[in-house]
Design a binder for this molecule. Sequence first.
Ligand code: AMP
Length: 456
Amino acid sequence: MTFSELGLSPKVLTSVEAVGYADPTPIQQQAIPRVLERRDVLGIAQTGTGKTASFVLPMLTMLERGRARARMPRTLILEPTRELAAQVEENFKRYGANHKLTVALLIGGVSFDDQLKKLDRGVDVLIATPGRLLDLFERGNLLLSGVEILVIDEADRMLDMGFIPDIERICKLLPFTRQTLFFSATMPPEIQRLADAFLSNPVRVEVAKPATAADTVSQYLVRAGREPADKRAVLRALIKKADDLTNAIVFCNRKRDVAILQRSLARHGFSAGALHGDMDQRSRMATLDDFRNNKITILVASDVAARGLDIPAVSHIYNFDVPTHPEDYVHRIGRTGRAGRKGTSITIATPVDKKYVSAIEKLTGQPIETLEVEASEEMAASRYGKRTRKSAKSAEAEEPAANGTSEKPKKSSKRRSGDDQPRRGRQRSEVEDKPVPFGLSDHVPQFLLKSVRPAS
Ligand code: AMP
């Protein structure tokens, strides 16, 4: 099937051709004609399947007729995160290059002056996160009675993030006659209930089972001790061993750990950036751009922050923590092996993660192969740091055991020998090898590590 058979307008077909897509993806083939028939659609599809274009392209076609009125958006797209909202806006820009449509973005963390001006003039497409939209509506800056099409994207993620009550409120503010397009990667009962309540006789379009992990992803499991420092050592050994690594995303379960791990990797000379929910919008976008443009090789991220990232070719996924929800595992590894490319995913598992690993294997229906990794050199490096942190008193007694010698321990020769680490990374590694004051984990401000001469 070709794009020209789907009923899209000539203008939209020209943009699709310019973007260079040969054929529509399965979700596009199934959803686009139905959206153009003005049917409600329940799409069960993950990111990476081309689902964004499956609603953006027919919306562009339908928006060619009619005009926007002040403060009354014609269509509304709800996204769970700022990044996803920004990506959908990108899609409108890309595919709507031949259209003169106004698109506004209502997301937290950015100034609203421009968006409010746009709203006042009238917008064709409003892309928003639920909280921000309600905020603006309550302040009277927005009228929702002109919305002809509502898109609820990534509904299961909305559920995870506690947005369902907001969505229910928004749906009740919209005209009853609107068309609703609803997308979710999974259909837990809560999502099914929402779909039943707000979709009218929908066409169900399903492209891949939620548990399907891309066939092109080689999945491995590596065992490690529970200590974060041991896991970090294993991760470093894995990254160093991966000859075919072009770029990687490392997932942590907690946003606090994202920052810790990124700093640790940077200190060890890796080119690493962090993406977590506590960062402001500007720095998140900047980090993402750096990752897309290969200025950063490794992106350490939390699930929420990384959801739906449109990064075409990621060679490796590392799960620094085993995800506690097996669906998250499928989403994470879905960041690699896209569009038929090969990818590798490696999950670092500790003994307490056994039940989570079993849940993943049950969901995906396949056991994850265990990989042996030699991380002793990396471990030795971190162990020294740990011992010195324990207490200043016991440090001397423990050092000989750590090095098998009574001499003062030397800095890791591996890391210092003419390797190709950036200069900055090397300097930071040296700092890390110094004794670390107790209670500061391994993130000690540099000024505390400077030797101080007491005043005479
Ligand atoms: P999505 O599932 O919307 O996040 O899209 C995933 C990726 O697929 C994006 O990088 C899109 O640019 C790309 N894409 C969308 N439609 C097509 C298509 N028909 N052919 C090839 N790539 C596509």
